[in-house]
Design a protein around this ligand. Structure first.
Ligand SMILES: *Cc1c(COP(=O)(O)O)cnc(C)c1O
Length: 380
């Protein structure tokens, strides 16, 4: 173990944890020093919202801390029932099913729906939880690139021996900020009788007129078979969910091992997420503000002669630097100047594409963004 860890050290790939203390205005304290943080996925600042906190506090005093059992035993409380009802209403689907995390939702849903007679097409940039779900399902596993759908089409044409075909994609790719070409994927799926599964992790609360996600934004909600989301990012809480028909949710409830072999979410987390869904629905100005701030960062990055990857509306703003050493040095330089921006390295991203990954939040001030751009200018 020590040798392997030393080898990770040598390659600049060793990961560790640091203590982050949240401060107001998207700042945090690390080792006694205060930073502007561009690390988190709390895009709308809801993890610190007083109404979300009050909802959690009320539930804590009513229901205690832990739920004590899985949802199919005695862990499904009134707070869970209310969140399920709100998520179904919010996404415009008949029903919703909660999981302890988004990771568990993806692995559980994919392993429940797919088996060894099936074939699954998985985008090469998909989140690890989707890749793991595809891998553990036993289905024949094909990787595709969303910038080469012609190749996906050829593979689909060759897959007619399979019992069922699935196309699995992130709505917004977490390390790239691209939006999946959902219209084209849905058209291919319809031609080849495949089911589309979309993970809305980075899109819930951020994309779409009502904040429902990329499927809403692109207008493919009715063409996508399964939508999975997380409560852990823009909703500021923790947990995963799947929405769809009651047949789908009940089927997954009965077949997903990550569902019934894990304890249900704490009731206070459900109450917090319910309050966050209310805010997402009633305060669309937060989405507009997020877009403005992300746009400001993107244009600043262009002004200093660097290039920002990804969709222009995405709060994920990656700057690909290529070399691991370069990305790590740039992150360290930013940190010296008071900004926390993660360096993302392989294996999270492909070899040779190490990058800085800024996550913008409505907690940021325009001044934070101007200042971080000024520091980037010094890196060039
Ligand atoms: C973060 C993330 C997940 C996992 O969600 P958690 O609730 O943090 O477990 C799933 N999919 C994608 C695309 C993500 O970025």
């Amino acid at each position: 173990m020590a040798q392997r860890l030393a080898s990770l050290d040598n390659r600049g790939l060793r990961r560790s944890t640091r203590v982050f203390k949240s401060l107001p205005d998207g700042r945090c304290e690390v080792d006694g020093r205060s930073f502007a943080s561009f690390c988190g996925s709390d895009y709308l600042g809801l993890s610190q919202d007083s109404r979300v906190i009050a909802a959690a506090q009320k539930a804590l005093s009513e229901a205690g801390v832990g739920s004590g059992a899985s949802a199919v035993v005695s862990g499904f409380t009134p707070q869970h029932a209310e969140l399920v009802r709100r998520l179904a209403e919010f996404t415009g689907e008949p029903d919703a099913l909660l999981f302890p995390t988004g990771y568990a939702a993806n692995v559980g849903t994919l392993t429940a729906l797919m088996g060894s007679d099936d074939v699954v097409f998985c985008d090469r940039l998909n989140h690890a939880s989707l890749v793991d779900g595809c891998g553990h399902s036993g289905a024949r596993f094909r990787v595709y690139r969303h910038d080469r759908l012609d190749r996906l089409e050829r593979e689909l044409a060759k897959s007619d021996g399979a019992r069922r075909r699935f196309l699995v994609t992130d709505g917004v790719f977490s390390m790239d900020g691209h939006v999946a070409p959902l219209n084209d994927l849905c058209s291919l799926a319809e031609r080849f009788d495949a089911a589309v599964v979309v993970d809305e992790a980075h899109a819930t609360g951020v994309y779409g007129r009502h904040g429902r996600g990329v499927c809403e934004q692109v207008g493919v909600q009715d063409r996508v078979a399964v939508r999975i989301g997380t409560l852990s990012k823009a909703l500021g809480a923790l947990g995963g969910f799947v929405t769809g028909s009651t047949t789908l949710t009940s089927y997954i409830l009965n077949h997903a091992r990550t569902q019934f072999f894990s304890t249900a979410l704490p009731p206070a987390v459900c109450a917090a997420a319910t309050a966050a869904v209310d805010i997402v629905e009633t305060e669309p100005s937060r989405r507009r503000r997020l877009r403005e701030l992300a746009g400001l960062l993107r244009s600043g990055i262009t002004d200093v002669g660097m290039s920002a990857a990804g969709d222009e509306a995405s709060p994920i703003v990656p700057v690909v630097l290529g070399d691991v050493g370069k990305a790590v040095a740039a992150a360290a330089f930013l940190q010296e100047h008071g900004f926390l921006v993660p360096a993302i390295r392989p294996p999270t991203v492909p070899q040779g594409t190490a990058r800085l990954r800024f996550s913008v939040s409505t907690s940021h001030q325009e001044e934070d963004i101007r200042q971080v751009v000024d520091v980037l200018r010094l890196i060039r």
